[in-house]
Design a protein around this ligand. Structure first.
Ligand SMILES: NC(=O)c1ccc[n+]([C@@H]2O[C@H](COP(=O)([O-])OP(=O)(O)OC[C@H]3O[C@@H](n4cnc5c(N)ncnc54)[C@H](OP(=O)(O)O)[C@@H]3O)[C@@H](O)[C@H]2O)c1
Length: 260
């Protein structure tokens, strides 16, 4: 019988690395996937020191159309199958959509949407057989349009919608399905997205280790959605009551007037 594992994408930094630490603490055998091998190896060594089995490191660029096939083949070669899949890899781009690289924005859709959908559906059978689950990392950005961060917010709206639908579809198959929706978290995300420092100067900012802890707890409890932090929860609940006419210029200012 293949050995059950937790596959975590984007484990080389930020929220993904913290999720890996939490899963390892709970004695899951891990598969860590991202492009930066060295980072993953250092994390794998670190996690192995805590007494559990050393995670398998998979160097993979999820922008490649065959990335899902490569992951599946690598796991089969090692006699492993995903019990848990955590689609965490993702990036954003700050600035007016028409002024940004169209290619980079399409890459964002390839990673945040296409690759996430591939890995969500590809392992449904093994997640059901192993009574496991799927965690997809969205954002509070998934609950509103994001002028000056437009494509990113739209990708996260997709992630929320897809994941909550799968939560319902897979309820009777014994697969937990959770969408994790953090507010601002200081990680490499801000550097990649070229957001200004002001984005983190808000009481909604939550540290990655806390996000990961809350995410794991909610996931294992079978929650449909985890929004770490009281103020972020409030935002997600309240956002629908604010007229878009008022909301959109505020979001545009938040992302548009930052020094880069
Ligand atoms: N930070 C925030 O404020 C925030 C808020 C809400 C939601 N999120 C979401 O949280 C998730 C994790 O972001 P983070 O904040 O932890 O950012 P991060 O530190 O930049 O981590 C992003 C991860 O994605 C991986 N990645 C990027 N491109 C990839 C590719 N083509 N193929 C494979 N892996 C790739 C990166 O690894 P390599 O570079 O090694 O490939 C890295 O491990 C993202 O989905 C993000 O949208 C972040």
């Amino acid at each position: 019988m293949p050995e059950p594992v937790a596959l975590i994408t984007g484990a080389s930094s930020g929220i993904g690395a913290e999720l890996a630490r939490v899963f390892a603490r709970h004695r899951h055998r891990l598969v860590l996937a991202a492009r930066r091998t060295e980072r993953l190896e250092v994390l794998a060594d670190d996690l192995a020191k805590t007494g559990g089995p050393r995670p398998l490191v998979l160097t993979v660029d999820l922008l490649h159309a065959d990335a899902g096939d490569r992951i599946e083949e690598a796991l089969a070669r090692e006699g492993l199958e995903p019990q848990f899949v955590v689609n965490n890899a993702g990036f954003g781009l700050s600035g007016a959509a028409a002024a940004q690289s169209r290619v980079r924005q399409l890459h964002m859709i390839d990673l945040n949407v296409r690759a996430l959908t591939d890995l969500s559906l590809r392992f449904a059978e093994t997640m059901a057989r192993q009574r496991g689950g799927l965690m997809n990392v969205a954002s509070v950005a998934g609950f509103l349009p994001g002028p000056n961060h437009a494509v990113y917010y739209a990708t996260k709206a997709y992630v929320v919608s897809l994941t909550e639908a799968l939560h319902e579809e897979w309820r009777d198959r014994g697969i937990r399905v959770t969408t994790l929706c953090p507010g601002p978290v200081p990680t490499e995300f801000q550097e990649v997205a070229r957001t200004g420092p002001g984005v983190l100067r808000t009481p909604m900012t939550t540290l990655a280790d806390r996000v990961a802890e809350e995410a794991y707890r909610g996931f294992m409890a079978g929650k449909r959605r985890v929004v770490p932090g009281f103020l972020n929860k409030l935002l997600v609940h309240g956002i629908g009551f604010v007229p878009r006419k008022v909301l959109l210029p505020q979001v545009a200012r938040r992302h548009g007037s930052e020094p880069r």
